[in-house]
Design a protein around this ligand. Structure first.
Ligand SMILES: Cc1ncc(COP(=O)(O)O)c(C=O)c1O
Length: 407
């Protein structure tokens, strides 16, 4: 057997990584040297169709020239100065974000977990200091994913490695079954400070909340006076066919968070809130050194401009519909192997009826990068600029793999 350059580079890099990096990731068997547009290239130059986009991050594809230019331009005249000063790119970004939604104020940070941590802090402080109610309970849903800090992993409605060994976990978090209005009714009370949801659960297997569940949630919010937090870290910024996924259901969350695609790969997160709830923060109550720095803010401004100029929410909706049609046809021909196809814009989940590792590997061998969540859901979060043909080619490849698996 001959060893390819890709294999030997992969061996070398994985050994160096094992020796130098903490052992936190189960990595794919790939050594990636270059990324461009909707393709990743391994060290031998083999191209892969990127249907994962850095897990919903590179919505504009890889290395888009306008972002390179925006970053270069910004590095030439104002880099990091700290949040002790006013600086224009941060303000411009906040204004652009607010123009997309009902929120009135923004707090800029560096990641999804940090944004959710900020949202939890804001909800609790608002309840105590503004509403004068000593409540702190945060209710989240089973199957949710909210991050890896102590508070956000506690909020996450999944058990196992994510939580084991990290105790004591912070108090004041409760989870309730997914899409179960009756259970929600029994979980929330006057002690609830906020309910935090993903409108479509990402890590949970691309699962949308039902209108019925949301209606009950809104009625309970009215009755108990808790806040609604929507985690849009994965669903936000045009991915689901609207600028924000909560707009699919005409929700007006008191607080919502975002991150991933905001600066197309530079670390950035944001907490958005109504004016009323934003009163929960005052100088000295919450901060972060890097949040909204001029370099990332300049890039994020460009990202938002491009998303609007190129109408990427509409594009996500249209391409999602075409992908759904193609995948449902595959599912119709393979009813024993595909349990469900769930599509919301360019958030796509194909639930297999069996553990999906081999199918995932076979798709990778055919040149398609995606991920497997919950053990059996093939999850696609492609760049929003993906070509329709790439999605149709994926459906064809999936069919071939399923045919081969059935034999
Ligand atoms: C819905 C959701 N919330 C929060 C997070 C955490 O974001 P980060 O990894 O940037 O901390 C993720 C990451 O996958 C996510 O999908």
């Amino acid at each position: 057997m001959t060893t390819t350059t890709q294999e030997s580079t992969y061996q070398e890099w994985s050994e160096r990584a094992r020796a130098s990096l903490m052992n936190t990731y189960g990595r794919y068997p790939l050594a990636i040297a270059r990324s461009q547009g909707c393709r990743l290239y391994d060290t031998e130059g083999r191209a892969y169709v990127d249907l994962l986009a850095g897990i919903a991050v590179n919505s504009l594809g890889h290395c888009p020239e306008r972002l390179t230019q925006a970053l270069l331009e910004q590095t030439r005249h104002l880099d990091h100065i700290s949040n002790l000063f006013f600086q224009e790119p941060q303000i411009r970004l906040a204004e652009k974000l607010l123009a997309t939604c009902h929120a009135d104020k923004v707090f800029l940070c560096n990641s999804g977990a940090e944004a959710n941590e900020g949202a939890i802090k804001l909800a609790r402080r608002y309840m105590r200091k503004v509403r004068g109610r000593d409540v702190h309970e945060i209710v989240t849903l089973e199957g949710s994913f909210h991050g890896r800090t102590l508070a956000t992993l506690t909020a996450t409605g999944q058990e196992g490695r994510i939580k084991e060994g990290f105790g004591p976990l912070p108090e004041g978090f409760r989870t309730t079954p997914f899409n179960d209005p009756k259970a929600l009714q029994e979980t929330v009370s006057d002690a609830t400070a906020a309910v935090m949801i993903e409108v479509v659960q990402g890590e949970g297997g691309v699962r949308p909340l039902s209108r019925e569940f949301l209606d009950v949630l809104l009625a309970l919010r009215q009755r108990h006076g808790f806040l609604l937090i929507v985690d849009e870290v994965q669903t936000g910024l045009c991915r689901t066919g609207r600028f924000w996924a909560h707009q699919l259901f005409d929700l007006r969350p008191d607080i919502f968070t975002t991150a991933k695609a905001l600066a197309n790969g530079l670390p950035m997160g944001a907490v958005l809130a109504t004016d009323e709830v934003a009163r929960g923060f005052e100088p000295g109550t919450h901060a972060t050194t890097f949040g909204g720095g001029p370099l990332v803010a300049a890039v994020a401004c460009e990202v938002l401009d491009i998303m609007q100029e190129d109408r990427l929410a509409e594009r996500a909706e249209q391409l999602g519909a075409r992908a759904k049609k193609a995948l449902l046809e595959v599912a119709d021909r393979h009813p024993e192997q595909i349990r469900a196809v769930r599509v919301q814009g360019l958030m796509i989940g194909v639930e297999l009826a069996f553990p999906g590792q081999e199918v995932w590997q076979a798709l990778l061998d055919k040149g398609f990068i995606l991920n497997l969540t919950q053990g059996c859901v093939l999850r696609l979060l492609p760049p929003l600029v993906i070509e329709e043909q790439d999605l149709l080619d994926f459906a064809k490849a999936l069919e071939e793999v399923l045919d081969a698996t059935a034999q």
